[in-house]
Design a protein around this ligand. Structure first.
Ligand SMILES: Nc1ncnc2c1ncn2[C@@H]1O[C@H](COP(=O)(O)OP(=O)(O)OP(=O)(O)O)[C@@H](O)[C@H]1O
Ligand SMILES: [Mg+2]
Length: 411
């Protein structure tokens, strides 16, 4: 039987809001609508102005609705910001029934135990991702239901965020009459869009360097082991250019994209460019080397901070597949070579994988990595945050956040 449904991803970024509508037929994602608008109400990945964020979301959603000719009423929405924390936890339960066959209830029981950690009142769980199950010592099991055993263990990755940050994002979306299928950690979404299963198996770090945040995720043995969001990214580079070249912010943004590079030594001494002066009444000529000298140290700082996080978490030597970079700032000239030289590991730009159809030429840009990842998450995500809601334990916000994925769109 042909299974067809609509899935919508909403990436509320610091520089842009992007809404992608996909028709999913037998697990194949076909993008049928896209809307994008400049983001006005976020700083460093977090909503700071609800009214302006609502306007940006409305515009992106309406554009996508018009293009796809559907009404969006349920979305997978990304969340980032430095309030995000993640930890790994595990739990064990005994199977005491005489037949010793593991049931769905046993799986829920063990996951429930692994997710039960003391949380401060201003923090809530966003994801409960089972990494592997272990049945009587046998590791690496992804679905233990139906197996026989006496002891069931689970390793989970738990992601937490500030109640206020989550709540503000939820308010913005819900005030437009749109329900949230699930809040998804942006680093996790991006990883679903650009990492290959071979890389995830071997060990890899993904950096999504956007406008306001750099999202880090580390994968090993096919699973997520570490995730973190740091509040420094492309906008900081633009700000440095504004100050360093005494030019308006829009002009700094333009020249960064057109002439920017982080390889000072690769720029010839005779390369020049015209830059608008502040006040807007004239231009001046500056050397491209000067521009590169402004950009390089900031890129170095962003990458060093990210690599330090990976090192502090203990994964620096566990990423043989190296580093993949995505997000708008991954388009900066020379960034791959720079990272490769500095850390001595393989580095590549993330590409949208096979299996995504429709508007491919548009969504191929790394600024859509999170949006595409949200669609993939909507189709493939296995997250036990929803278990809680369906069992009716939590009530309130979480129940609404993680309500079962039902019918997405009304035509
Ligand atoms: N060609 C380019 N060279 C350098 N930087 C670029 C280029 N194209 C886009 N950028 C930068 O990428 C950033 C936007 O990236 P992206 O769209 O991934 O961010 P976002 O999702 O809105 O923000 P965030 O994820 O940080 O909340 C901007 O800072 C922009 O200047
Ligand atoms: Mg982003």
């Amino acid at each position: 039987m042909r299974r067809e449904r609509l899935v919508v991803g909403l990436d509320v970024g610091t520089t842009k809001v992007c809404c992608l509508v996909a028709n999913v037929v037998d697990g194949i994602i076909e993008i049928i609508g896209m809307g994008m608008s400049p983001s006005r109400g976020l700083e460093k990945g977090v909503v700071v102005d609800i009214g302006r964020t609502i306007q940006s979301i409305r515009k992106a959603v309406e554009e996508a609705e018009n293009m796809a000719d559907v009404r969006v009423d349920n979305v997978f929405v990304g969340i980032a910001g430095k309030h995000i924390r993640s930890i790994n936890n595990s739990a064990t339960v005994s199977i005491t029934r005489p037949d010793r066959i593991i049931t769905k209830e046993d799986v829920h029981r063990v996951v429930e135990a692994a997710r039960t950690i003391p949380l401060p009142p201003d923090v809530e769980l966003i994801h409960v991702i089972p990494r592997q199950y272990i049945v009587d010592g046998q590791e690496g099991i992804t679905d233990p239901v139906g197996m026989t055993g006496t002891r069931l263990e689970v390793d989970v990755h738990l992601v937490m965020g500030s109640v206020t940050a989550v709540h503000n994002l939820v308010r913005c979306v819900e005030s437009l009459g749109i329900r949230i299928a699930q809040i998804v950690l942006e680093p996790l979404a991006s990883s679903m869009a650009v990492l290959s299963s071979a890389e995830k198996e071997l060990g890899v770090v993904l950096l999504d360097i956007g406008g306001g945040t750099t999202d880090i995720s580390v994968f090993r043995s096919g699973d997520i082991w570490f995730s973190k969001v740091i509040p420094i990214a492309g906008e900081h580079i633009t700000n440095d250019i504004t100050v360093g070249l005494q030019t308006p912010i829009e002009e700094a943004e333009r020249i960064k994209k057109e002439y920017g590079t982080c390889l000072v030594d690769a720029v010839g001494d005779d390369e020049k460019l015209d830059v608008a002066t502040i006040g807007g009444d004239g231009t001046k000529t500056v050397s491209r080397k000067k521009l590169a000298k402004i950009i390089e140290p900031r890129v170095e700082e962003i990458l060093d901070l990210a690599v330090q996080e990976v090192e502090d978490a203990g994964y620096r030597d566990l990423i043989p597949a190296g580093m993949v970079i995505t997000g708008g700032t991954s388009l900066l000239e020379g960034i791959v070579e720079f990272a490769q030289q500095r850390y001595g590991i393989p580095v590549r730009r993330g590409r949208i994988p096979q299996g995504i159809h429709g508007l491919r030429d548009i969504v191929e840009s790394p600024i859509y990595a999170t949006g595409i990842g949200l669609l993939k998450y909507g189709v493939e995500g296995r997250d036990f945050a929803r278990v809680k809601a369906t069992r009716g334990r939590s009530g309130g916000l979480l129940t609404r956040l993680f309500g079962w994925f039902k019918k997405f769109l009304r035509g």
